[in-house]
Design a protein around this ligand. Structure first.
Ligand code: NAD
Length: 425
């Protein structure tokens, strides 16, 4: 099949590559000239495990362009995967509308336009109207929201929990079901507004679990309980499930914070006060203050002029994405309190440098930890799970470890002479 994917970001590039792997000819269109130039040279714009290799294997079926004219006329199915970022709590739709206009202007034969970007439920009527201004060619609008997780994007696209297909006409569902044949997971065919709301509801529910676990973690600290055990026990109940119950520093990234904010705003516009979600947002912010207070207490009441080392900058392991990373808020809080901040990450330093100033960056954690007065674990990269703490003990000026993701063994660290605290244990 001839396909086009609009937007060469995390979703678009992965979607295009996976459909090319299954034998389709895929055009990938992006307005970012540098990105397309780099992709043509085989340079991938972000770190995503396995992606570079899969793109290289499928170069014969993948075509990169900034020109809609080259891609759209011959395609049967077009996926819109452009960004829909947060603008003051609202969904910024200018990229999405612009992509829809450009598609319409270049349609030469009937096509299915599939919205993968996360967009407000019910927007299809508006899109249809806009597109009809620019084309007389027949098109169908469908909605297949994307659920991939960065760091596991390929795995999730090939083996998702589910493929949601929002349509108006059954024949469109049949075509999309056929296209997704080689992708595993459950199928749900529904109307387009429901498909779009499934995405928002899912991206609001998962942070709800995280914030709930974090709130319980505060009580665990107060009552001397172990949040890992509490969550393990809760997760044993099939009605609750064990996923997304890890207490820590809260959620970040390009999706959860913006989609929670967007759903609150969408609800407000529909005259509904989504109070649960407001509390989830608040709990997520408060968790950073809770962590900072712990650090100050463990450092003897002040971190002014003290060298503090942050391990992990990316919003989660296995990605270079820094959008809404918890590290940003932790580091800003440390700096406000006068600390000298050093930070490490295996892949996200160049992204972090664009956002954070007044921080010394190190690829090597041991180098960073020389003379440090506290080690803060912020992103649980595999490299940081396997650190040599005997060596670290010799390097640090003061052996304080504050574990924002509860990955270290308290007994072991205490035996080595560290002062250790996690979150809720
Ligand atoms: N990143 C994720 O983990 C993830 C997961 C599920 C859903 N989503 C949703 O998918 C959408 C895309 O997210 P992303 O993270 O891939 O975004 P991204 O910011 O990584 O990439 C978006 C790309 O779209 C391009 N673009 C913008 N306007 C364009 C236009 N008019 N024509 C062509 N290209 C254009 C940009 O240059 C950019 O390369 C968003 O709605 C997001 O909420 C993202």
């Amino acid at each position: 099949m001839n396909l086009a994917v609009i937007g060469a970001g995390y979703v678009g590039l992965v979607t295009a590559t996976v459909f090319a792997k299954f034998g389709n000819k895929v055009w990938l269109v992006d307005i970012d000239e540098k990105k397309i130039k780099d992709l043509k040279k085989g340079k991938i714009p972000f770190y995503e495990p396995g992606l570079e290799r899969l793109i290289k294997k499928n170069t014969a079926k993948l075509f990169f362009t900034t020109n809609y004219k080259e891609a759209i006329p011959q395609t049967e199915i077009i996926f819109i995967c452009v960004g829909t970022p947060n603008r003051n709590g609202e969904v910024e739709l200018k990229y999405f509308f612009s992509a829809a206009r450009s598609i319409a202007k270049n349609l030469k034969k009937p096509a299915i336009v599939v919205i993968k970007s996360t967009v407000p439920p019910g927007i299809n009527k508006q899109i249809e109207k806009i597109m009809k201004k620019y084309t007389k060619v027949k098109f169908d609008l469908a909605s297949c929201p994307e659920f991939l997780r960065e760091g596991k994007a390929l795995e999730d696209t090939l083996n998702p929990y589910r493929v949601i297909i929002g349509i108006k006409r059954k024949s469109v569902a049949d075509k999309l079901l056929k296209l997704h044949q080689k992708i595993s997971g459950k199928r749900l065919v529904c109307d387009t507004a429901s498909a779009q709301l499934i995405k928002y509801a899912s991206n609001a529910y998962l942070p709800t679990k995280i914030s709930f676990a974090n709130s319980i973690s505060v009580l665990c600290d107060k009552f001397g309980a172990d949040v890992n055990k509490v969550m393990e026990g809760m997760g044993m109940d099939g009605r609750i499930g064990p996923d997304f119950l890890s207490a820590g520093l809260g959620y970040g990234g390009s999706c959860f914070p913006k989609d929670v904010a967007a759903l609150i705003r969408l609800a407000k516009k529909a005259d509904y006060n989504f109070e649960i979600l407001k509390a989830i947002q608040k709990a997520n912010q408060v968790q950073i203050d809770y962590f900072l207070k712990k650090i100050v207490r463990l450092c003897g009441g002040s971190i002014r002029n003290k060298k503090i080392v942050v391990l992990g900058l990316a919003f989660k392991p296995e990605t270079s994405d820094m959008r809404e990373a918890r590290s940003i808020y932790v580091i800003k809080g440390l700096k406000r309190r006068g600390a000298k901040v050093c930070a490490c990450d295996p892949v996200a330093i160049s992204e972090a440098k664009k956002i954070l100033s007044g921080v010394r960056f190190f690829a090597d954690p041991y180098q960073a930890l020389k003379g440090a007065e506290a080690l803060l674990l912020v992103t649980e990269w595999k490299d940081y799970r396997q650190l040599d703490f005997k060596k670290i003990k010799r390097l640090m000026k003061s052996p304080v470890v504050v574990d924002g993701r509860n990955i270290y063994n308290r007994k072991r660290l205490e035996k080595l002479g560290f002062i250790y605290e996690g979150i809720g244990r």
